[in-house]
Each structure stands twice: as C-alpha cells, then as structure tokens.
Design a protein. Structure first.
Length: 256
C-alpha cells in the first residue's frame, strides 16, 4: 500500500482534502481497492479530479482516451489479459516509441516487468479510458479469432487458432477445463492464470483429438513468427470431464 500512502500525503500537503477524510478513506482500502478507488466510489472526488491529483503526485502526464486515440497496432504489443489484469494499455506506437496508459502506480511496476523493446512513455489515465481501450482490444481479438473458434469449426481449426492466439498474447501455457456449462480457457501469463475465453463444451472432444494427433510422446512443435515452439501436453480429469494443459517452451518465448 506504499503508493496509497504517498498519494494520501500528497493530498494532505496540497490541501486537497482534510486529514479526517483522507484517514477515513485509507481505512477503506485493501488489496483490491486503492485510495483512488475509494475516493471515487464514495463521491469524495470525481474520477477526473482523482486522476489529475494522482498524476501530480506521481509527476506524470495525463491522457484521457477516446476511440480515435487508440491504435490497434499498439494494443497488441501487450497481452490483453495482462492489460486487463494490471490496469494498463498501450494506445499509441510511433516507430520505437510506445505510449502506455496506466491507472495506478502499481500498474507502472507491472509494466516494467515486461521489458518491452520500445522507448516506453507512460501516462496516467482513468478507468473509463482503460475500459474503452480494453473493449476495443477485445473487439479486435474477436475479429481475428472468432471465426476460427466458432462452435461449428473443426477441432483442428479451433486448436490451431487457439495456439496462435495464446502465443500472440504472450502466454506460457493454455489451461483447458470444462466447468459444467462451457470449456473454460485460461492463459498463464507473467506467472498467473488469466481467464481468456469460454468455448462451447462440446468442442472439447474435437480439440483433444486434434492435440492427440499432434502430440508424440506428450509433445509437439509448431512454428510461430519464424521460430520453433515446443508444446508439452498434460492431461487430467475433474468431475465435469477431461482437462488439458499445453505448456510452451522455445526461443520465441524467451523475450516475453
């Protein structure tokens, strides 16, 4: 909560809020809710005012994103699941310069762990801008992959598209598990599992058969962006049916 304490001190030093209000707001924070969240949720400050105040505290420029401010090419430089989980999104790319909008100081720390091969320019934004960018990102992903992973697509088409989608998102593994109503697809990115999508449960048979055809001694290789990627297969079972995990390893993933 170090970031919240720094922001709280700024609010006091700048005379934005009285100590009693800041102290109360701090008691309402937790691992899922920052001081900024509390200030907005309880109507103490507007989201715009909170964003500007936090930007001053962090000595950062502010950006509010409209639809036309978001570049599709930039979006795909950071995995969608990572952007969604950590409150950050790349919104503009100019040669080797990448402009990234973040919502909290914790988002900056998560951004730094990616070691992106660009000159990264970080701007603070509000949650509405982030939501707008993520919706755009999800639409772009859907357009690229929805047809290949439709309910009536052959198992081999679904698997091949899913592999490419996961690699494009920077995943280290794909976890497939039925939950009783659908086949839940999760990607392991940055050491954590992120929900990626839900597919009709009946497609699992065709998908698992396709993987069985590809796998020899529990593994197979695919080509991705000119590199050879090994895929190791592990299977299991739950009360809802068979599960499968596809682990990636290869030169192309080392920079992710």
């Amino acid at each position: 909560m170090q970031g919240d304490e720094m922001f709280a001190q700024f609010l006091l030093d700048a005379g934005v809020l009285p100590r009693s209000v800041v102290s109360h707001a701090l008691t309402r924070t937790d691992d899922e809710k920052t001081l900024s969240d509390v200030l907005v949720e309880e109507g103490i400050l507007s989201e715009e005012d909170t964003t500007h105040a936090l930007a001053k505290a962090l000595s950062m420029p502010v950006v509010f994103l409209g639809h036309d401010d978001i570049d599709s090419e930039a979006l795909f430089t950071i995995p969608e699941a990572y952007s969604r989980t950590h409150g950050l999104v790349a919104y503009k790319k100019e040669f080797q310069r990448l402009f990234v909008a973040v919502t909290t100081s914790a988002s900056i720390e998560k951004l730094e762990t990616l070691n992106l091969p660009y000159q990264v320019h970080v701007h603070l934004t509000d949650k509405q801008s982030l939501k707008r960018a993520l919706l755009r990102y999800q639409r772009e992903l859907a357009e690229r992959h929805a047809r290949q992973m439709s309910a009536d697509a052959p198992g081999e088409v679904v698997v091949d598209s899913l592999l490419l989608h996961a690699l494009a998102q920077g995943a280290r593994a794909i976890h497939l598990a039925p939950n009783g109503t659908a086949l839940e697809v999760r990607y392991r990115i940055g050491g954590r599992l992120h929900s990626a999508m839900h597919l009709p449960q009946h497609v699992s048979t065709g998908m698992f058969n396709r993987v069985a055809q590809l796998a020899k001694r529990g593994r197979f290789a695919i080509e991705h962006q000119g590199n050879r990627v090994m895929v190791r297969v592990a299977q299991g079972a739950t009360m809802h049916g068979d599960t499968m995990t596809l682990h990636f390893s290869g030169v192309s993933l080392e920079a992710l």
